[in-house]
Design a protein around this ligand. Sequence first.
Ligand SMILES: Nc1nc2c(ncn2[C@@H]2O[C@H](COP(=O)(O)OP(=O)(O)O)[C@@H](O)[C@H]2O)c(=O)[nH]1
Ligand SMILES: [Mg+2]
Length: 226
Amino acid sequence: MEYTFDDLSVVMGTYNEEAAIGTVLDDIDRVTDGRAEVVCVDGSDDRTPEIAREHGARVIEQEPRGYGYAVRKALTAASRPVIVTTDCDDTYPMDALPRFLDLVNEGYDVVSGDRLYRGADAMPAFNRLGNHAFAVIASLLMGERVHDTTTGMRAYREEVISNIRWTENTGLSAELLIRPLMRGYDVYEQPIGYAERAGDTKLDPFAGGYAILKSVVKVPLEERLR
Ligand SMILES: Nc1nc2c(ncn2[C@@H]2O[C@H](COP(=O)(O)OP(=O)(O)O)[C@@H](O)[C@H]2O)c(=O)[nH]1
Ligand SMILES: [Mg+2]
C-alpha cells in the first residue's frame, strides 16, 4: 500500500516566526491539497500561534527550551505513519514534499534533505563551513559518508521515531540522522534548495555549533558501544 498525503504529518518547532509561518503553512497546504496534518510546538510571544491556528495547524504550547525539546515533542504528537520535520522560517522547499513521500514509498525509512549538495548559497558562510565539518566528523565516526547532518527537513517512517530513544537538544537533527543510520535503517539524502531565512535565527552560531559538535561525536560513539 502506498502512502499518500493523508498519511503525512508535517511537524515543526515555532519560536517567534510570525514573518514566515503564514508562507510555510500556505505552501504545505498548497502542495498537499490541505491533506497533511500540521503540528506546531510553539514557544512564541508574538502572533505565531494565532497565525498557525488560523491555518488549521494543531498548536501545542511549550516554554522555549531549544530546538530539540520542541521538535521531539512535535514528533511524538504526530499521528500519521510518515512524519516530515521542517523549520518554520521559510528556508526549506515544501515543494519537495511529494518527492520525499515517493522515496518513503520506494522503501526508504528516512529521507534527509541535503542542503549542501547544491551549495546552500543562502546559508551564512560560518554555518556552511560548520555544517560541512559536522558531516565529515559524523561520517568518519559512523564509517559511512553523509553530507548534511544538521538539516531541518526530513521524512521518517513513524516506527523509526518511536523505536529509538532521543536525547539531544540543539543536536537533535544530527541525532535523528545518525542513530537510524547506525541501526541499519535505510537512509536517502535528497538534495534540496535552501532559501534565505525570513525573520531572525533562534540559534546562536557559537553556542549552537558547540552543542552540535558534541552531539556528532557523542551519538556515533554511543551507537558503536550499544
Ligand atoms: N518551540 C520552539 N521552537 C524553536 C526553539 N528554538 C528554535 N525553534 C524553531 O526551530 C526551528 C529552527 O530554528 P532556526 O532559528 O531556524 O535555526 P537555524 O535554521 O539553525 O537558523 C525554527 O522553526 C525555530 O522557530 C525553541 O526553543 N522552542
Ligand atoms: Mg532554520
